[in-house]
Design a protein around this ligand. Structure first.
Ligand SMILES: Nc1ncnc2c1ncn2[C@@H]1O[C@H](COP(=O)(O)OP(=O)(O)OP(=O)(O)O)[C@@H](O)[C@H]1O
Ligand SMILES: [Mg+2]
Length: 355
C-alpha cells in the first residue's frame, strides 16, 4: 500500500512537533524515519497509526483519506520498543489475541497465529510465557502479533533499542527478511543512522519536526540536501572546515589559508561557508599542481593497511585516510586532493548546500 502524506502538522499547545510534512512512501517499501531524539519521529508514526489526531494535513492510504479514520479501522500493525506482550498469556495466545478480538473462530486463528510464529521463527516457543523468552524472541512475538491481522501497513517504533548490540544486528536483518517475505509497506523509526542505512529502501531524515530529505540511503550519504543531513550520516562524521568565499577561493575564517574552490564563486562574496569533506574523499596526491591545497600532517593513527591521519590546513584540522606505505609523519607537508564524491559546500548560517 502506498502512503501519501500532505502538509501534515502536529502541534501540542503552541509547540510544533511535526511541521508541514509532505511525502509519499511507495508500496512494499521499508522506510526508515530517522532523526535525533525529539525530532518528531514517534509523533509522525502515531499520526500514521491514528493513535494521535493530526492538527493539520492529510494522510492517504492508497487513495483513501484516512486522516480521521480510527486506529482499529486503518489496518495497521504496531510494534513498540518495549514489546508490550501480555505477560500472563503464552506466545500462542499473545499472537492470537488480535484475532480473538475480531471474533475469528478458534481453529482458524490458531492456524494463522502458528503461521506467523513460523515466519518470525518463534514456533518452538508457542507454550512459553513472555518472561521465559529473550528480548529478541519477545520482539519477534510482538512482530508476529502485529502481522497476524494482515495489516496494510506495519509501523515499528525503535523496535530494537531494548536489545544488546549483537541482537540488534541480528534482529534488524530479521525485520528486513520478514518485511521482504510479506511485502508489507513498513515504516521503521530509529535514531541510529547505521540501522537506517542498512535495512531501508528509503530514509526520511527529520530535524525539529521538519523533513530534511527523503532519499535512498546511499543517495542521502552521497548527495545530502544540507549540512544537517551531511552531518547526521557517516562514521567517522564528516569533516568541516569553516571559511569565507572570497574571489572564488575558500579562505579560512582567520585568513590562515586560502585555496581556489569553484563552488565559492556561486555565493555572494564574503559569505560564510562550510566545507564538508568525508574522510575517504580527501587523499594525498603526488604534486601540488594536482592538489586542492597543501596541508600539513599533524598526526597519524595506524589502522592496518590505512592510517587515519589528521591534516592541518591553516589553523584547522580534518581527518583523512592515508595509505600506510606512503609513510607520512607528523609535520610533513601533504598535497591533498579531493575526490568528486563526498566534498560539499554549505552556507554556514543556513546549512543550505551550494551546488
Ligand atoms: N503529548 C505531548 N505534549 C507535548 N509535547 C509533546 C507530546 N508528545 C511529544 N511532544 C514533544 O514533541 C517532540 C517530538 O516528540 P517525539 O516523541 O515525536 O520525538 P522522537 O523523535 O520520537 O524522539 P525519541 O527519539 O526520543 O523517541 C518532542 O519535543 C516532545 O517533547
Ligand atoms: Mg520516539
Amino acid at each position: 500500500m502506498k502512503i501519501k502524506i500532505e502538509h501534515l502538522t502536529k502541534r501540542f499547545g503552541n509547540f510544533t512537533a511535526v511541521d508541514d510534512f509532505s511525502t509519499t512512501f511507495e508500496d512494499g517499501e521499508l522506510i526508515a524515519l530517522l532523526g535525533p531524539s525529539g525530532c518528531g519521529k514517534s509523533t509522525m508514526l502515531n499520526m500514521l497509526s491514528g493513535i494521535l489526531p493530526v492538527t493539520e494535513g492529510k494522510i492517504y492510504f492508497d487513495d483513501d483519506d484516512v486522516t480521521d479514520v480510527s486506529p482499529d479501522k486503518r489496518g495497521v500493525g504496531l510494534v513498540f520498543q518495549n514489546y508490550a506482550l501480555y505477560p500472563h498469556m503464552t506466545v500462542l495466545q499473545n499472537i492470537c489475541f488480535p484475532l480473538e478480538i475480531q471474533k475469528m473462530p478458534k481453529e482458524e486463528r490458531i492456524a494463522k497465529a502458528k503461521e506467523m510464529a513460523k515466519l518470525v521463527h518463534v514456533d518452538e516457543f508457542l507454550d512459553r510465557k513472555p518472561g521465559q523468552l529473550s528480548g529478541g524472541q519477545q520482539q519477534r512475538v510482538a512482530i508476529a502479533r502485529a502481522l497476524v491481522k494482515k495489516p496494510r501497513l506495519l509501523l515499528l517504533d525503535e523496535p530494537l533499542s531494548n536489545l544488546d548490540a549483537r541482537l540488534r544486528l541480528e534482529m534488524r536483518e530479521e525485520i528486513r527478511r520478514i518485511q521482504q517475505e510479506t511485502g508489507i509497506t513498513t515504516v521503521f523509526v530509529t535514531h541510529d543512522q547505521e540501522e537506517a542505512m542498512s535495512i531501508s529502501d528509503h530514509i526520511v531524515l527529520m530535524k525539529l519536526g521538519v523533513k530534511q530529505q527523503y532519499a535512498e540511503p546511499q543517495e542521502l550519504y552521497n548527495d545530502p540536501a544540507n549540512n544537517f543531513v551531511a552531518d547526521f550520516l557517516g562514521n567517522p562524521p564528516i569533516n568541516k572546515i569553516f571559511g569565507v568565499a572570497k574571489g572564488g577561493n575558500f579562505e579560512l575564517e582567520d585568513g590562515s589559508a586560502s585555496f581556489p574552490f569553484e563552488l565559492c564563486s556561486k555565493v555572494a562574496e564574503g559569505t560564510k561557508v562550510t566545507l564538508g569533506i568525508r574522510a575517504e574523499s580527501a587523499y594525498p596526491v603526488a604534486t601540488a599542481e594536482e592538489a586542492a591545497f597543501v596541508g600539513e600532517v599533524s598526526s597519524t593513527y595506524a589502522m592496518g593497511k590505512e592510517e587515519l591521519g589528521y591534516i592541518k590546513i591553516g589553523n584547522q584540522e580534518f581527518r583523512a585516510y592515508i595509505a600506510s606505505e606512503l609513510g607520512y609523519k607528523k609535520g610533513d607537508a601533504i598535497n591533498v586532493g579531493f575526490k568528486d564524491r563526498g566534498v560539499f559546500l554549505f552556507v554556514t548560517e543556513t546549512g543550505e548546500r551550494v551546488r
